[in-house]
Ligand binder design. Sequence first.
Ligand SMILES: *[C@@H]1O[C@H](CO)[C@@H](O)[C@H](O)[C@H]1NC(C)=O
Ligand SMILES: *[C@@H]1O[C@H](CO)[C@@H](O)[C@H](O)[C@H]1NC(C)=O
Length: 480
Amino acid sequence: MLFRNRFLLLLALAALLAFVSLSLQFFHLIPVSAAKNGASSKSRKRIMPDPVTEPPVMDPVYEALLYCNIPSVAERSMEGHAPHHFKLVSVHVFIRHGDRYPLYAIPKTKRPEIDCTLVANRKPYHPNLEAFVSHMSKGSGASFESPLNSLPLYPNHPLCEMGELTQTGVVQHLQNGQLLRDIYLKKHKLLPNDWSTDHLYLESTGKSRTLQSGLALLYGFLSDFDWKKIYFRHQPSALFCSGNCFCPVRNQYLEKEQRRQYLLRLKNSQLERTYGEMAKVVDVPTKQLRAANPIDSMLCYFCHNVSFPCTRNGCIDMEHFKVIKTHQIEDERERREKKLYLGYALLGAHPILNETIGRMQRAAEGRKEEIFALYSAHDVTLSPVLSALGLTEARFPRFAARLIFELWQDREKPSEHSVRILYNGVDVTFHTSFCQEHHKHSHKPMCPFENLVRFVRRDMFTVLGSSSTNYYDACHREGF
Ligand SMILES: *[C@@H]1O[C@H](CO)[C@@H](O)[C@H](O)[C@H]1NC(C)=O
Ligand SMILES: *[C@@H]1O[C@H](CO)[C@@H](O)[C@H](O)[C@H]1NC(C)=O
């Protein structure tokens, strides 16, 4: 009883804290025009931990709540903001799937009882949930590249299966879709009224949670979700590297990064002790418990307001959760400093960034195909892209995270194009490696598209500190 009350109190407190802090965060962000007078370096810093509006020390409970991304009131966002003489040309959306059931179970405990059927009068609510289910059940196999056509189009198990998208996950992406519809379709008229299959580019990995997340977003986004106009391609690689996945140097960076992770863990005696205690509770060897990646399950209990499991030996509790979550945050901090992950990320993200700028270039030339692209993906997709762009301080991708590339044309100088990058609704364009210095050299209000092109085609390889100037050489460098 006592445990439960304390848990609820903590959750409520943390929710309040997150709400207040986020509100402040967005409040500071509102003045877009600040970007014009160059006085914006402070207001632009907001996706990074901010000493004024956030807890002074990294608070594991606060961080975990951000990660859950529990659907609440409509959030403010900076998507679609540009001076009025700019015209929106194309939009490229990378999402992480929404809230899901854990991928692993904590050994010898009962799995959390989460219902993965979609029920309109159960929290979290969404006015379009019922219509979504009914529309999905009319889905057509012709809309999906194999093997996506064999996946269920919405979650539907009374006890969630491992990794299954939950109602929370569906609602998160219905909301994302609706938000993007208001901005891109209603306000900026990105798609013509008679849009067709060719205007969209849709791609998902082969997991039901990514496909279903993509469908929920698209259902919220399109006012006219016509199955005949939908075609989802299948992406076999979580890096979305298609035909360019072979890259030995990238794998070497990853091995070194994993070694770093392992050594950091060994140094943390509090963490080892915590795993030991938890292993005793569930009565398995510590090694086996650790291998079951318990934080993934614990986050599910936490995000769904279900108390952590107990056995006759005791309970897994909030203190355990905080220790492991704190370690995760410290691990991310060291990951930024050591830069091994950066090497992995640059090489891992190059193919999809290269493909994206190709798509943007064609749109800039006036072609109307693929002007709205959606990649439905994973944390292991978004993380490398964020790092590669130089957004190393950005938070770990929460459930239903969205990273968006916008391409704009200056109506007064039609040959000039600009890009904006947004992460979870925050404009991070001027944090990226390719536009950080922009204000020092230019008075243009937007980041020139050429900066991004130059970065992806060439400069991202020099960040690696090698003499390579292309992907193939960087991937096959000897003596690394
Ligand atoms: C968590 O669950 C309890 C019931 O177990 C409920 O009273 C409380 O309102 C819930 N809290 C949130 C934040 O949903
Ligand atoms: C990059 O994109 C261009 C076309 O835009 C393509 O020819 C080239 O093969 C791509 N390179 C990589 C490494 O993906």
